[in-house]
Ligand binder design. Structure first.
Ligand code: ADP
Ligand code: MG
Length: 377
């Protein structure tokens, strides 16, 4: 990390900050409907090594930058403008821009990024990058910002600067989660409650099955589903689907829009049910709710794909208590709630099934609730 920074900038960093990827246990596509989500931090982090400069130039380099792009991007802070490029460096520039625009006096910095969070897998490598840098800038320049306000600024970077219409969950999870806990997060009120999710003490874990499939479709589908949800809320006459109940579905004339809304309404209920189960440490009973969520994502929200369905199916048959796809869909990861001792068996079954279907071999790893963003040096 320090070597990478040195090779890029010819000096040592002032400090190193880390922010984790996140895994959303339940609550998929509820965040832009003012609903509830239940994410936890994973142990894979993105680190930002940062040193201040005497001018107003930001230079950023990443060991994970796509090979086709420039390894070092730079700009004067006063020249940063939203929507300039869709390059990876926009995620870093966006954070500086959003903090500056909010009135924080951010000076020039050299930034080196390194990441263990898989990109585009639904584990939020984008928020991990934003939050690692955001936390560094907060500590170096603007130490009064709360973590939740910093999450909003990082979201604004992604929404307004990069041009990706993401909700507020990813950044909040990366910044506010704590080890051994998930956060029950009400995206309308901003209220956060740390909920016990110490699976290892119960001999359990979440198994993450990364299908390695990355479909471009996810981006266009995201906007399309978001519009359908807005249409549904309008037809029902509520501010957001958070306020609707199953009885309201009759007010939606279009069948597709009705199914999209049904996913959101039932998913919100599932978040509340899972949070209640966690509070009484009834972890295993969470399994079937995960599987119900997958069914809803597959049939009502229609964002699954063959690889995700196969992973859910095989994991469940091989002993998982339940499983579901996570993230934007059309690829990315499945999570399965399992007994730690069953990990090898389930891994082998899923890998074999992928091979016999001619799918790319999946990458499989266990995940436990890890700490949120922090300064590491
Ligand atoms: P994810 O689900 O991983 O958040 P996104 O499409 O939202 O997927 O964000 C991925 C994008 O974030 C990448 O295409 C890249 O532009 C940027 N990114 C993430 N991690 C890195 C990294 N380590 N180095 C450079 N860019 C990164
Ligand atoms: Mg992202």
């Amino acid at each position: 990390m320090i070597r990478g920074f040195f090779e890029a900038f010819g000096r040592d960093p002032e400090g190193i900050w880390a922010a984790p990827g996140r895994l959303n246990i339940i609550g998929e596509f509820t965040d832009y409907n003012d609903g509830f989500v239940l994410p936890m931090a994973i142990d894979a982090v993105t680190t930002a090594a940062v040193a201040r400069r005497r001018d107003d130039v930001i230079r950023v380099s990443s060991s994970g930058a796509p090979a086709t792009t420039t390894p070092l991007a730079s700009s004067r802070i006063c020249n940063l403008t939203p929507g300039n490029t869709a390059s990876w460096s926009s995620y870093a520039f966006g954070v500086v821009w959003a903090m500056t625009e909010a009135g924080h006096a951010i000076g020039g910095v050299d930034v080196f990024i390194e990441s263990k969070v898989p990109i585009g897998a639904g584990l939020s490598s984008s928020a991990a990058l934003e939050c690692a840098l955001g936390l560094a800038l907060r500590d170096l320049f603007a130490s009064t910002i709360s973590l939740q306000d910093l999450a909003l600024l990082c979201q604004r970077a992604e929404n307004a600067y990069v041009g990706v219409p993401c909700g507020i969950m990813d950044q909040t999870a990366s910044l506010c989660c704590t080890a051994g806990h998930a956060i029950e997060f009400d995206t309308r009120s901003g209220e956060i409650e740390q909920v016990d999710f110490d699976l290892s003490a119960a001999g359990l874990e979440l198994l993450v099955i990364d299908t390695q499939v990355r479909h471009q479709l996810a981006t266009s589908a995201y906007g399309d589903r978001r519009s359908a949800c807005e249409l549904a809320a309008k037809a029902i006459g509520v501010k957001a689907l958070r306020d609707a109940t199953l009885a309201d579905l009759d007010k939606i004339p279009d069948d597709v829009v009705r199914r999209r809304a049904r996913h959101v309404i039932t998913e919100n209920e599932r978040v509340l049910s899972v949070a209640a189960l966690l509070r009484s440490r009834r972890f295993i009973e969470v399994g079937p709710i995960l599987s119900a969520a997958h069914q809803s994502l597959k049939d009502d929200f229609e964002v699954s794909c063959a690889e995700l369905d196969l992973a859910v199916d095989i994991a469940t048959h091989a002993g998982a208590f339940g499983a579901r796809m996570i993230g934007g869909g059309f690829g990315g990861c499945v999570i399965a709630l399992i007994r730690s001792e069953d990990q090898r068996t389930i891994e082998r079954s899923v890998t074999a099934a992928f091979a016999s279907n001619g799918f790319t071999p999946p990458r499989i790893f266990g995940a436990l609730a890890a700490p949120g963003a922090r300064r590491v040096r």
